[in-house]
Design a binder for this molecule. Sequence first.
Ligand SMILES: [Zn+2]
Ligand SMILES: [Zn+2]
Ligand SMILES: [Zn+2]
Length: 821
Amino acid sequence: MVDQDTVAYRITISGVVQGVGFRPFVYNLAQRLGLRGWVLNHSGGVDIEAEGALERLTTFIAALRDEAPPLARIESLEAVPISANGYEEFEIRHSEAQAGRFMLISPDVATCPDCLRELFDFADRRYRYPFINCTNCGPRFTIIEDIPYDRPLTTMRVFPLCEACRAEYEDPTDRRFHAQPNACPVCGPKIWISESANQRVGEKVNGEWRMENGETHIPDYAVLSTQYDALAVAVDRLLKGEILAIKGLGGFQLACDATNAKAVQRLRERKRRPHKPFAVMVATLEEARTHCAISPAEAELLTSSQAPIVLLDRRDASTIAEGVAPNQKTLGLMLPYTPLHHLLLRDVGRPLVMTSGNVSEEPIAKDNDEALARLSGIAEAFLLHNRDIYARYDDSVVRVIEKANEREKEKANLRISEATNRRVGAQIAPKSEIQNPKLQIIRRARGYAPFPVRLPFGAPPLLAVGPLLKNTFTLTRDEYAFVSQHIGDMENLETLAHYEAALATYQHLFRIEPEYVVCDLHPDYLTTRLAADYATEHGLPAPLAVQHHHAHIAACLADNGWAPELGPVIGVALDGTGYGTDGAIWGGEWLVADYGDFRRAAQLEYLPLPGGDAAIRHPWRIAVAYLHALVDPEDYPAGFCPGEAGLIRQQLEKGLNVAQTSSMGRLFDAVSALLGVCRETSYEAQAAIELEQIAAPAAALAPYPFAIERDIIRVAPLFYALLGDLARGIPVPEIAARFHVTVAEMVVAGARRIREETGIATVALSGGVFQNRLLLELTLPRLEAAGFELLLHRQMPPNDGGVSLGQAAVGAFALRKTDQK
Ligand SMILES: [Zn+2]
Ligand SMILES: [Zn+2]
Ligand SMILES: [Zn+2]
């Protein structure tokens, strides 16, 4: 029976609407409004049929957007009137897979406040259960093997729900309704602790070590303790100064007591990572404040549902060992983001180093056997569990960029908004994520990927393979660019395997069969060969090669949703290395660029790089080469050129294996070495990072001189002035600071010249050099004062982790044009 006043609508919603409590929200909303019909998850999103009085339906449709659960992101909502079917109730229908359709998948989400409360509630049935989660939190991307997002298609399928969990799972009014990873101590995953020790306990069955409950085989490793005792053992080991490998959300982490200098040093030696800073996990925001100064914007990031590592200014009073971040004024802190982390941090009662479970530059280990094999030389014990990780997923690293005066202003604003909220009893807005205007992402993985970037134009199915270092790939379809999580430096087989596995996952989950491939212009990159092989294997046209810095600027445009009709911008791309169209190594480039094309409008002058890219690990050699090219020998710093320097000069004079580079990264290296800050490096950009870290407050300092001849920025005046300061005994921190001011002035001077010539007044900044916070905080106000509009990266890192997005944007735009012809 259909009532006269009954109207009906078919509503189609796409976006992140699965695994975020959307269906129960729709169900409860329909119940509240007395509507009838159904809601259905499918591989393209959510469909709803609702019928009832028109007024109520209007309210319903508006509320779908306005009251959506905090983790949902609605990309589109379409409501079409249909004839009513006369349903008697509102129900949740079963998921359907639809060929070719895809859905957006939620990143993993940090433990929510409700679950945290239950975790430490003695009366709760999940008291201290390390895998507690609900529709508002827990693993997502790391456990999904296919869509639609349903338990049988996740790594949770091997844990049949117990009666109590099933009741929650099936009750639309429960917080765990259709929470796919729902679990409890009765039915869910378990933890245990193992070690590679000789004092084996446990039982050997058929040549394999077996847990007490016989569930999992651990070859050659002894089970020390299972389930609840395991945490106590782990805590005990950590307090003794041991190194633990912990199976986390997207892979293994290596942990040790961050206040124990010896433990930290041992971890460095075993991980073969002498200097690169480690991240530290602390139990609470309050504890974080005892180690670092934290602004409101930084606090918001730390406590967000992404819970990334946030780079913060370290306090002198911090008890964290110096060796955690040698030669740094900053510390990377994060808060616990899984129940296991919460338990561990609370029980151990001190900050823990929490770094990727790998050796040197290999990818993070994810499976138990793999970790036991790869990390046994590092960790003394392994805190394991039996929930499989499908996708490797590193911790994300972010920071806040703000001008010094803004920090004060923001504090004042926050006080006002807190007061307003209290007065009207309003909810504090849901945690902003990628929209935080001050957020700079440095490594994009957990909490952010695989959420796509929305392109300002439609793209064909296309694969952009990325460059070499800090690599990601991008797949496009429709208006979406799916940028992979951080994969790593494409320099070893393990990383290549991780890359290929991630690529297969993305292609499968998002239903993308690339018809084109895009790569870097560099002929020798592993990714360039990979692109060629991919094209051959799949019978696709030869890959389109995109110049590295063009890709950087295009990435920044796409990141900002810059519409192609808006025309070209001034793109300042400052980084370490990118293959130029002339075969030289570029990296200090002022381009006039849009998606379609670019022109090199200004550049740093070419300087010699003995040994090519291999010089990157030896800033001191770069300093020698730059002095040789720019400065009279009698003006060299005293005692600078003994021994090896002579050899390098010979090499330069003969021109043997000497590349030409306009790289800004190398200029930082040379200055860092000249000032004695860093002469040899053990990780990428170390010399530049340490130069930034040592710099004194720079805001009031004058720049060193430099010259612009036509489109070439010349640095000999800078070198003479800097050496003069050094000879006069000006403190190194002050010289380092003035150097930063000089580079900021160069950025502005180059941009001004191009504006005079072209009238373009928008500047896009990209490249790894802009990860330098001091430089960025000096550059931004100068560009603004000069009247430029600024485009900064928002969703992607400025470093090479964003380059695949730019390759994809350039490729998609080129192919779009071809299609239109
Ligand atoms: Zn929760
Ligand atoms: Zn259960
Ligand atoms: Zn780059």
